[in-house]
Ligand binder design. Structure first.
Ligand code: SF4
Ligand code: SF4
Length: 157
């Protein structure tokens, strides 16, 4: 996909997309953002409940990156909107670190968890990927080191 199409599909400017992706800004106005799925209601008993991926990322945006709840909600909507496009453009499957048993891709995206199957870092093709270039990503080995947002958040500690 050409860069122009990428930006058009994204619904906002490249800078806005990149900033939104990094969790530093959203190119969509807060009031335009669709509601994010409500968190699972807590059980009556005090049984630890594993947080969903969306909950983990939203918590990170608020608690680690200083976003308001409204900003985080708008950003989560952006992430969900971009997910299909990122997976479509992802070139992980031809990377030397990818393993045949893995079925997931788009590990740079905040809504994709790191791989449970890719464990050896044998080279990362991310810098060759159109997503990497168009989103101005800075890191790599997302399959083993977590998403761009999480790697950037880790630097804030
Ligand atoms: S940057 Fe890497 S993880 Fe992200 S879509 Fe491209 S190849 Fe996949
Ligand atoms: S995230 Fe990077 S290292 Fe991992 S499979 Fe994708 S291209 Fe390869």
């Amino acid at each position: 996909m050409k860069r122009r199409h990428f930006v058009e599909k994204s619904g906002c400017g490249l800078l806005g997309v990149a900033l939104a992706y990094f969790g530093l800004a959203s190119c969509k106005k807060e009031e335009e953002a669709p509601a994010v799925e409500a968190a699972a209601s807590a059980p009556a008993e005090e049984v630890p409940v594993e947080m969903s991926r969306k909950d983990v990322i939203k918590k990170l945006l608020v608690e680690r990156m200083g976003k308001t709840d409204g900003e985080a909600t708008a950003m989560m909507a952006e992430f969900e909107e971009k997910l299909g496009m990122v997976k479509e453009m992802c070139i992980c499957r031809t990377c030397p670190s990818y393993v045949p048993e893995e079925t997931e891709k788009g590990f740079c995206h905040p809504l994709i968890e790191q791989s449970k199957l890719i464990t050896e870092e044998k080279g990362c093709d991310c810098p060759k990927c159109p997503v990497y270039k168009n989103m101005a990503l800075k890191n790599g080995y997302y399959c083993t080191r977590k998403s761009e947002l999480e790697q950037e958040a880790a630097k804030l500690v």
